[in-house]
Design a protein around this ligand. Structure first.
Ligand code: TYD
Length: 214
């Protein structure tokens, strides 16, 4: 079993990569759980709706505690039990999103956020965090194309509506934070063709698995 989280800005290709990895696990008969933040637990889905809806009016501190509440429930009700059953857990975002969006993005103190996250996750950090790194101009273009294809134009209250400079801060925040946790973070150049992105991820996973089997 292994806990893998995916991080990245909007349009980094997270969903496509997650979809592919889950198909791969399913094809190999590996038991896994796919989950996401915000969301993931029953209460979490309610918090998700609230968060994504309230974003334009919520104060950063209130937003923070909702993300942390979501995570505390998610870890104990969903992630830990799945790992105890021996499953792989693949999460679309996790605690690093709070550090980066609420810290580097909203300007809350990063060290304090780390401590609060520790309480929320109860010491459970991913074995591997894949950061899909891409220039926000490329990412937002992708997100716009996707929204257009799905007939959902830019959703209200999403960070997609923020200024480009906000997304640059998020990208730089991810890179800075990843540098501080070089063993856990694996940075993938998400501007590469999807086959290369996949190959890099498989490589990371194999290395990690061979270490954990030793
Ligand atoms: P979502 O629609 O899932 O976006 P994406 O496809 O980019 O993952 O919305 C999740 C949003 O929540 C995303 O804009 C990042 C934000 N977020 C935070 O600000 N803090 C957090 O702790 C988490 C988990 C997400």
């Amino acid at each position: 079993m292994m806990f893998i989280a995916f991080e990245g800005i909007e349009g980094s290709g997270k969903s496509t990569v997650l979809e592919w990895l889950c198909d791969r696990f399913a094809g190999q008969g590996v038991s896994f759980l796919r989950t996401r933040e915000p969301g993931g637990s029953d209460i979490g889905e309610t918090l998700r709706a609230l968060l994504l809806d309230a974003r334009q009016t919520i104060v950063p501190e209130a937003e923070l505690f909702l993300y942390l509440a979501d995570r505390a429930q998610h870890v104990r009700q969903v992630i830990r039990p799945a790992l105890e059953r021996g499953e792989f857990v693949i999460s679309d975002r996790y605690a690093d999103s709070t550090i980066v969006y609420q810290g580097y993005g909203r300007g809350l103190d990063v060290e304090e956020l780390f401590r609060l996250n520790e309480i929320a996750v109860g010491g459970l950090w991913p074995d591997m965090t894949v950061l899909l790194d891409v220039d926000p101009a490329v990412g937002l273009d992708r997100a716009r194309v996707r929204n257009h294809e799905q007939g959902t134009d830019v959703t209200e209250g999403r960070f997609e509506t923020e200024e480009l400079s906000f997304h640059h801060r998020i990208r730089q925040g991810y890179l800075a934070w990843a540098k501080r946790h070089p063993r856990r973070f694996h940075i993938v150049d998400a501007a590469l063709p999807m086959e290369s992105v996949r190959a890099v991820i498989v490589n990371f996973m194999n290395t990690l698995l061979s270490h954990s089997n030793k």
